[in-house]
Structures are given as C-alpha cells and as structure tokens.
Ligand binder design. Structure first.
Ligand SMILES: Cc1cc2nc3c(=O)[nH]c(=O)nc-3n(C[C@H](O)[C@H](O)[C@H](O)COP(=O)(O)OP(=O)(O)OC[C@H]3O[C@@H](n4cnc5c(N)ncnc54)[C@H](O)[C@@H]3O)c2cc1C
Length: 443
C-alpha cells in the first residue's frame, strides 16, 4: 500500500499519469526474469502498490520528492525487458515508467555524439542516427523494444560487442542528466567519469533522465549465415573472422541442436552447426574465402532488411534463449567469458553435460582483446545441478556473469563497486531507489 496522502500528492502532479488497475500493477511489476527458474520462484509475489508515468523531467522530480517525503520505495522501469528482475519492485512501493521521456535532444554534427532522453527506444534512436550517417555502437537483441536508459542501467552489451566491447568500457557513456532521490531533488549534469557509477547499477543510485553517448559511422550491414562441418570448426571460423581485417557487427556460433530449434525465417533450414555474421559489404568476399578454408558453406548472404523483427539479430544474444524457451520452457541459460583456449573448456562441458548444455557463443572484445563469450542453453535440472555446472565453469577458468541472481554485484564479478555505492549515498541517501539490488549499500 502507498499512503493515501502520497497518492493524493502524486495525483496532483502535472504531466503525470497514475496507473492503479490490478492488471497494470501486475504487468509493470514483472520483467523477463522467467528465463531463470530461480528468479521465477523468488520474484513471483513482488508487486508495486502504484505505477506512475511522467511525461516530463519536472514530473520525474515531483515523484522522487513525494516518495522521499513519505519514505516509499521507487523503482524505475524502461521497457521491462531486463531478465534478472532488475526492474521488479522487491519492496513494492511505486514503479515509475520512463518511456515517455524520449526526445533526442542533440546530435553533434562533427562527432556524432548524441544526447537523448532515457525512454527513447533503441530502434528509434538508431534510426534517427542513421539519418545523420551514424549508428549506435552497441545494441541488445531487444533493440526494437528496449529503452536507452534501461540498456545503460540494466544491460551490458550485445550486437556490436565484437567491435566495441561492453557498455561499461570507457568511451561509450560520455555524460548523464540525473535527478536525485531527495525531498528536494536536484537535476545534475554528470560528466563521463562521474556518470560511470550509474552505468549498469540497475537504477539504484540515481534517476537517469538523459544520456550522452558516443556513436559509430553508419554501415549497411550484410547478413551472412555459414554452415560448418561441426561446432569446433564453427568456433575456428568465428575466430578467424575476428582475427582478420573485417568490419564485423555480430559474430555468433550456434551448435546444430540450437539451430534446429530456431525459427527459420528466410534462412535455409539445416542440421549443421552455424556461424551468423553481420559484416560490412566490403568484408563479404573475405568471409567467403575464410569459410571455404574451413570447409564451410555460405548458405545465406543478403543486405540486412530488419524484416520487422525477423532479422539475424533476433536469433542471437538472449534471443537465442528466447526462441529455445518458446520450444521448451525447460531451457534456461548462463553467461560467461570463456577461458582461452576456448575449445578445451567447451569440450569439457560437452563431455560432462552432453545435450543438457548446448553451445551458443558470441564473439566480443574484452578490454581490447578478441574473446568468446558463451550464453549456453542449459536444460533445467534443478538448482543443485545449475550450481555444479557453474562451479565446473569457474574451475575451467570461465568468468561467470550469473543471470540467476538479483544484485548488481551477483550478476557481475561478485565484488562491491565502491563508486556505485558512493553514488547511491550521494544521490539516494535514504536508499529508496530499487531497494535490495545494490548489495554493497546499507542505509
Ligand atoms: C530476449 C532478450 C534478449 C536480450 N538481449 C540482451 C542483449 O543482447 N544485451 C543486453 O545487454 N541485454 C539483453 N537483454 C536484457 C534487456 O533487454 C536489455 O538490457 C535492455 O536494454 C533493457 O532495457 P529496458 O528498457 O527493457 O530496461 P528495463 O528492463 O526496464 O530496466 C533495466 C534496469 O534499468 C533500470 N532503469 C530503467 N530506466 C532507468 C532510468 N531512466 N534511470 C535509471 N535506471 C533505469 C531499471 O530499474 C532496471 O534496473 C535481453 C533480454 C531479453 C528478454
């Protein structure tokens, strides 16, 4: 319950909509956490008492002020596509929908640097940038539905990570406009160094209202699908592509048993292990040569059309998991950076788990080095089996980013980031923003 006085105060705020129907409270209290059977059980009963939707930064500040005065928890929500329960209100209270703040405020002609409000959809932002000869460097596979604020606060990387690494790498986020969670909220402009503490902090340490981001020159990407003789040779081909002078936007390896459960869309069906690529047009002939060298066959090569959500992008990153779960909801997944040489780790996992662990790899750049991340599909055999699998991965040298936990730290390297905690103490001293998600904070 929210106090009636708070409700009345919020009802009087200009440019603010209150959503109070039970179906709205249910809908906006959940995100895509059902990928994790562990979180599904833990979060089933969490529910907001009130949902609000501001149209302006002034209305955002009025909500922050009112929640502070009444000591009520406030959880921010973009499109709610996060899959670790990031926007689920653990302590109820108010959920604030940020999707109406979506103006592109500025695109700098010489640098392509963009300043955009938090609720702008990545799809719209990317399209707007393309009109200026630019594009987003990094996109989640949910790029059609997710917001830029939610991506920075809750995401990590995705399409583009093969070239541009991860969102927290210095150089992507150049500044933030933030509203503080105080009885008299401040509207702050943070430079890159200060903004970093709010990057991937699940909206626990400040309300982001606008972001300034670096962009890349636009490229008309070409989709390529390559069938390989087995999954180790698919890994080899992906590594060769990444080790060549190619402009890549996406490089995904899928074991045949994964491919078989994906929608075919325009791509020929197969029983083969596959590499999926988005490459610059001038890279196509080199990829064809590299594929031939690996005994692989290019079975699809076309300019990317986006096909209303049926593009190659929507077969990769966490969309791979989504499609397999549509086939069989007993699939869940893991996320990790593989140790090198990657094949040793993958062979060991396949030997232990067989068909219960299916290979899905994404080429990424990690601290300037070309690496392979794994998002293996994992057959759900209970929490103990999941724990054993994660322990084996760690023993093999993999770095796990556990998608079955709720805290920022648990989903990251497991250590408290002092800067994130310090930012929370400064911008949300009463600890009311998304409580329970920043493990290092105690009010
Ligand atoms: C099928 C599928 C595929 C996915 N693929 C990827 C992928 O490739 N890469 C990836 O990184 N993620 C991926 N995700 C996770 C998620 O879709 C992305 O991270 C997405 O960018 C989140 O955006 P959103 O608008 O849905 O944010 P939400 O889920 O609404 O919010 C995410 C977090 O950000 C916080 N937040 C939202 N708005 C603000 C704000 N204005 N200020 C401060 N905090 C805020 C929320 O409180 C929450 O903690 C995937 C998820 C699914 C279901």
């Amino acid at each position: 319950m929210v106090p009636e006085m708070l409700r009345a105060e919020l009802a009087a705020v200009p440019d603010l909509t209150l959503l109070e129907r039970p179906e709205d409270l249910d809908r906006y209290s959940k995100d895509a956490y059902d990928y994790s059977p562990v979180l599904r059980e833990r979060l089933a009963s969490c529910r907001a008492a009130l949902v609000v939707r501001p149209d302006t930064v002034e209305a955002v500040a009025a909500v922050a002020a009112a929640c502070c005065r009444h000591g009520i928890a406030l959880t921010l929500r973009g499109a709610g596509t996060g899959n670790y329960g990031q926007s689920v209100p653990l302590e109820g209270g108010v959920v604030m929908l940020m999707g109406r703040l979506r103006a592109v405020r500025r695109i700098e002609a010489t640098t392509g640097v963009v300043t955009v409000e938090c609720g702008c959809l990545l799809k719209d932002l990317d399209q707007m940038l393309r009109g200026h000869g630019r594009q987003l460097r990094l996109l989640p596979s949910t790029w059609r539905s997710a917001t830029i604020g939610g991506f920075i606060a809750g995401g990590s990387g995705g399409i583009g990570s093969v070239r541009w690494g991860f969102l927290r790498d210095p150089g992507h986020l150049l500044g933030l406009e933030v509203v503080t969670m105080e009885p008299e909220p401040k509207r702050l402009q943070l430079e890159a160094a200060e903004a970093e503490a709010l990057n991937h902090a699940y909206g626990t340490n400040g309300i982001i209202t606008a972001l300034t981001l670096a962009t890349a020159p636009a490229v008309a990407w070409q989709e390529m699908v390559i069938d390989c003789v087995d999954w180790p040779s698919a890994v080899e081909l992906a590594q060769r592509c990444c080790g060549s002078a190619l402009d890549l936007h996406l490089c995904t390896v899928l074991e045949a048993d994964v491919v078989a459960q994906l929608p075919a869309w325009d791509v020929p069906e197969t029983k083969a292990d596959r590499v999926l690529l988005l490459v610059a047009p001038d890279a196509v002939s080199t990829v064809e040569q590299l594929a031939a060298d690996c005994g692989a066959a290019v079975v699809f090569s076309e300019a990317e059309q986006h096909h209303a959500g049926h593009g190659l992008r929507e077969l990769t990153w966490n969309h791979t998991t989504l499609h397999l779960r549509q086939h069989d909801p007993d699939w869940t997944y893991l996320q990790m950076l593989l140790p090198q040489p990657e094949l040793d780790c993958l062979h060991a996992l396949k030997q232990t788990w067989g068909g219960d662990v299916l290979i899905h790899l994404e080429a990424v750049r990690q601290q300037g080095v070309q690496r392979l991340a794994a998002l293996p599909l994992v057959r759900w055999r209970g929490a103990d089996a999941l724990e054993r699998l994660m322990q084996q991965c760690r023993d093999l040298g993999a770095l796990i980013f556990n998608p079955h936990v709720l805290t920022v730290e648990g989903g990251g390297l497991g250590v408290v980031d002092g800067d994130q905690v310090a930012a929370k103490q400064r911008l949300d001293p009463a600890g009311l923003l998304n409580p329970g998600k920043l493990g290092g904070f105690s009010s």
